[in-house]
Design a protein around this ligand. Structure first.
Ligand code: NAG
Ligand code: NAG
Ligand code: NAG
Length: 181
């Protein structure tokens, strides 16, 4: 028990040292912006595919064990013909036996503008049972967004029950380090 605590203290103090070294080389930037994720759940242009499920998924009220892979459009507005900013690619897993919630690893891959070629990595829990303002962590990124951290607040903007076309609003709050390249 004591040994474990000592190791933890050593790790934390070395992290503090490296933190103070890095702040002298980089400056932090903050970005807050909103994008719209457009997803199609059926038809030839589906953006979400089931790749695995548990043997209780079909009878589970929370779809427990269902694994989905997705590649969705990131657009500037809720209008499907608005400017395309990139794609949201990753995995979502229904991982709660008690309520509707997914564990995700989703990469926002930007393909235009100042973030072209950069990614934001969203990893963690998305509490789908909450009716709005669902929070999921941002744990990293690439390109402009190296060292990123922050969070996404998401909402269902619209859902068409007939076509299953869904528009999600992603409010992104991200802190990242300015590059030295
Ligand atoms: C699927 O996408 C193609 C290419 O963008 C488009 O021409 C077609 O109309 C779409 N089909 C549906 C059902 O939305
Ligand atoms: C699911 O699989 C487990 C272990 O393989 C088995 O014990 C259980 O009965 C199965 N449940 C159902 C609903 O098929
Ligand atoms: C984004 O970057 C790629 C690769 O560098 C480039 O080919 C493309 O033209 C850029 N797109 C825009 C809209 O700037």
């Amino acid at each position: 028990m004591e040994k474990v605590q000592i190791i933890f203290i050593l790790i934390s103090s070395s992290m503090l040292i490296s933190n103070s070294q890095s702040t002298s080389h980089t400056s932090e930037k903050t970005a807050k912006f909103r994008v719209y994720i457009h997803q199609t759940l059926t038809g030839p242009n589906k953006t979400v595919y089931e790749v695995a499920r548990s043997n209780i998924t079909l009878t589970s009220p929370t779809s427990f064990g269902q694994v989905l892979v997705l590649d969705q459009l990131i657009l500037a507005t809720p209008d499907p013909s608005s400017e395309m900013l990139g794609r949201a690619q990753g995995v979502a897993i229904y991982s709660s036996l008690q309520e509707l919630a997914i564990t995700v690893n989703i990469n926002l891959v930007f393909t235009t503008g100042e973030y072209n070629g950069s990614t934001i990595c969203i990893v963690g829990r998305n509490p789908l049972s909450k009716s709005n303002n669902r929070e999921t962590p941002i744990v990293g990124g690439s390109g402009v967004f190296r060292w990123a951290r922050g969070y996404v607040i998401s909402n269902v903007y619209s859902f068409d029950p007939e076509s299953k076309y869904t528009v999600l609003e992603y409010n992104i709050y991200v802190v990242y380090s300015e590059q030295q390249s």
